[in-house]
Design a protein around this ligand. Structure first.
Ligand code: ARG
Length: 460
């Protein structure tokens, strides 16, 4: 017998039972669902809508069910459709008639919304923990490589030298924005919808504020129709996941490139690489590739739910049951990727010499040669032209800018002096870029300290 069976004369078709049942995936919300029910029943008892004794018995029953589910002792029933009705059914089986009072002043529509809000708030705190672990790893890698010079690229062509620490701190900024975005996501989710009923609130004098307080929400939703039909907070989480996966994917793409024989900047630890079934020499960066690949499925979760939501009228519609798998998948994929990426980065070894050698080639000091002429009084645009001609000749003669003699340099400009060779050293190119946010070791150290401060404040 269905909990809603009163007005039906015929049983649900088996095909439909199977089709619309969500218990196979929403059983994951059992803890949120039971906490919500306990808070609801407690409030019903406090306000006199139920007697104190009735409320207590319901709360005890729910706690017992929670324990049994946690211990794997409960077999869910597909016919009972979803986690909400499964738990209510179990409650009635356990405590009898009184269990039928739990759903007073409540609908599954506000109940499922509440579970979603709670899930997202928990997901945010789990994800932020993992993000911040990864941020700490990035920070400590940066600290070790303040002086490790490497080429910086634009268009994947060598551009100007930077340091590995500077590159790491660019990653750090992206992760920090991901973390800050999650703070916003939590704020949007932190709004308690119970009391919205099916869509039009309820006639019972519920104390919604009290339920919010019992569950750790700081406010209640302000419109009952919006309370049951809003899934923005889930989309916010999946969007945050999508942006962060895009970041992870970019890091992974760099690691794939850097571990190739053409770059040879890094070597993956054996524990984070895989071999080939045919080519004995292969060591493949599968982990990085898979994270890059999984970005696609998280985008799919976002586009899927956005599309589900776009055409449905207020208030609740069953379409919205599709929200959960997208949300769970985005959460599981993102958190798993953060964890594995952290492990991969922690064990990664950097080939400093190869990076340093790479930084010196490809005329990465050409801008510095132009800047040198500017310091001697030449307008920048003209200096750009002069150095451009020097680069062209150097390419033809297969040498670098510092391999010109002073006399040869003076043929391009009288302003060149003996101090040019120091100015063109790769080390100077990096350490002269002391502008805040630049790659000079002291500028990067300042950014590391500010990153450390951010993490310390998050944990205080
Ligand atoms: N399983 C449903 C969902 O996930 C719960 C709410 C159902 N409400 C309803 N009136 N059918 O959305």
């Amino acid at each position: 017998m269905k909990l809603w069976g009163g007005r039906f004369e015929k049983a649900t078709d088996h095909m439909v039972d199977d089709f619309h049942s969500s218990i196979s995936f929403d059983k994951r919300l059992y803890a949120e669902d039971i906490s919500g029910s306990i808070a609801h029943a407690t409030m019903l008892g406090e306000t006199g809508i139920l007697t104190g004794e009735e409320a207590r018995e319901i709360v005890e029953g729910l706690k017992g069910i929670r324990k049994d589910i946690a211990q794997g002792k409960v077999q869910f029933d597909t016919e009972a459709e979803d986690i909400h009705m499964n738990i209510e059914k179990l409650l009635i089986e356990r405590i009898g008639e009184n269990g039928k009072r739990l759903h007073t002043g409540r609908s599954r529509n506000d109940q499922v919304a509440l579970d979603g809000h709670m899930f997202v708030m928990n997901a945010v705190s789990q994800t932020r923990d993992l993000l911040q672990d990864l941020m700490r790893t990035v920070l400590s890698t940066a600290r070790q490589h303040l002086d490790t010079v490497m080429p910086g690229y634009t268009h994947l062509q060598k551009a100007q030298p930077v340091t590995l620490a500077h590159h790491m701190m660019a990653w750090f900024q992206m992760l920090k924005r991901d973390d800050q975005r999650l703070r916003e996501v939590r704020d949007h989710a932190d709004s308690m919808p119970l009391g919205s009923g099916a869509l039009a609130g309820t006639t019972y004098p519920l104390n919604r504020q009290r339920v919010a307080e019992l569950l750790g929400f700081s406010r209640i939703t302000e419109n009952s129709m919006d309370g049951v039909s809003d899934r923005d907070f889930m989309l916010d989480y999946i969007y945050a996941a999508s942006v962060s996966m895009m970041h992870l994917s970019r890091f992974c793409e760099e690691l794939v490139l850097w571990s190739s024989h053409e770059f040879r900047f890094v070597e993956m630890d054996d524990g984070f690489a895989t071999g080939s079934s045919i080519m004995p020499q292969k060591k493949n960066p599968d982990v990085a590739e898979l994270i890059r690949g999984k970005t696609g499925r998280v985008y799919g979760d976002l586009i899927g739910l956005l599309t589900t939501m776009k055409g449905i009228p207020l208030a609740y519609d069953k379409d919205m049951q599709e929200d959960k798998e997208a949300l769970f998948d985005a959460h599981d994929t993102w958190t798993k990727c953060l964890l594995v990426f952290d492990g991969m980065l922690k064990t990664l070894s950097f080939r400093k010499e190869v990076m340093e050698k790479g930084a010196a080639g490809g005329f990465t000091n050409a801008t510095d040669a132009a800047d040198y002429l500017v310091r001697k009084g030449m307008p920048f645009r003209q200096a750009h032209e002069v150095v451009g001609r020097m680069v062209l000749d150097a390419i033809r003669q297969d040498k670098s800018l510092n391999e010109f003699s002073l006399a040869q340099m003076r043929e391009y400009s009288e302003l060149f002096d003996a101090d040019v060779f120091d100015a063109l050293s790769i080390l100077a190119c990096v350490s002269d870029r002391r502008v805040p946010g630049g790659p000079a070791p002291q500028a990067v150290l300042a950014s590391i300290e500010s990153g450390q401060k951010y993490l310390d404040e998050c944990n205080s």
